[in-house]
Write a protein that binds this ligand. Sequence first.
Ligand code: S3P
Length: 444
Amino acid sequence: MAHGTAIPLTALRSGPLRGRIKVPGDKSISHRSLIFGALATGETTISGLLEAGDVLGTADVLRRMGAPIEKRGGTWHVKGRGTGGLQAPDGPLDFGNSGTGTRLMMGVLTGHSFRATLTGDTSLSRRPMGRVLKPLKQMGLSIVEGEGDRLPLTIQGPRRAIPISYALDVPSAQVKSAILLAGLGAPGETTVIETEATRDHTERMLAHFGWAPRIEAHGRGRRITVRGDAELRGQRVEVPGDPSSAAFLVAAALIVPGSEVMVENVLINPSRIGLYLTLQEMGADLELANRRDQGGEPVADIRVRHSPLKGVRVPPERAPSMIDEYPMLAALAAYAKGETRMEGLAELKVKESDRLAATAAGLHANGVAAHVDGDTLTVKGSGAATGGGTVATHLDHRIAMAFLTLGLGSSKPVSVDDTTMIQTSFPEFLGLMRGLGATFENGS
Ligand code: S3P
């Protein structure tokens, strides 16, 4: 399945996990800070940028389109080219494993008038792009080569983007953001209507760069309007820690008896903390302390202690605020007593892998009772997990990390077939886990 050589790994039942740690920068905000920096005028400096494959890939793509980006003394510096100021790349742009990088940059390219070829790895080349190309085509983007819904694709930006008003048909922050980014180069106003609120980092960062969108309530979602002919001004961005990466460390502490962990400086934007609400409902001893604001985003330190957990129902409307956390929650649910029913998971099927199927298969391989019924995943928790299985990760970093975490508390070791993809979002994962006391063994 994996490109190159797969690196299998096995998680062993571990002693208490203890310590104070900081997770690396939020992936969503990191991508956006580089992109906004490149589209602004003047210099943007970024501290805490996530230095992982997906984000470094976006930096590389922007550099190849004429935006100088470099790291000096621990801080990243982006020289902005202004709205519509990027140049045609000299060859194909490789987005690796990153759906966010691809879809956000498709929006950016719609605000430019040149042609670009976009490619990705096997996982990315299977993911649907029609959801983002549909509105971008209305804004003037054309497809020169490719099947329309999958990479590789060659696209041609219009001379000038056309402003549109568009109701999202999937709850996707990537699609919303692509339209808003394209709208920056259009004359007039571009509006996105979302029926369910998705992560709002693009809106917040627009405001931070001096180009605040107009946001109105719309049912459970919002109507977001951005003015075109944008003039973003370079800013200082401090990227908070990624709550989706913190999730694995928090879950590990909940699973392993005797654990107590403090994860510092974690983003607690309301559109991202569905997992933490759910954990509290499950009975987790978890506290968000020292809440503060950092560059327009709320952050806190998360203190968590091993706790007995009970199964809960996770309602479908919570899915957008914890969409990347379901594999970890499902594995953790094995350690809860009773049934955890996770509803409204259609979007999980189109992530780096079909995460609904991959999660259920990983649970079955490790003796956990789970079943999928339509868009609902139910895990029957017994308070413990047997383990003993090898999990197929399908080029998916979160499947690898979720099942390695599951194995820290199971009676038998848990293996994953490949860990190489972990570097796309959380290269420090194994080091931080080991630092807390987790034990892993090479091979499967
Ligand atoms: C992201 C949005 C989510 C999420 C992804 C990052 C973003 O995807 O799964 O990891 O940065 O906008 P969708 O918007 O497709 O749900």
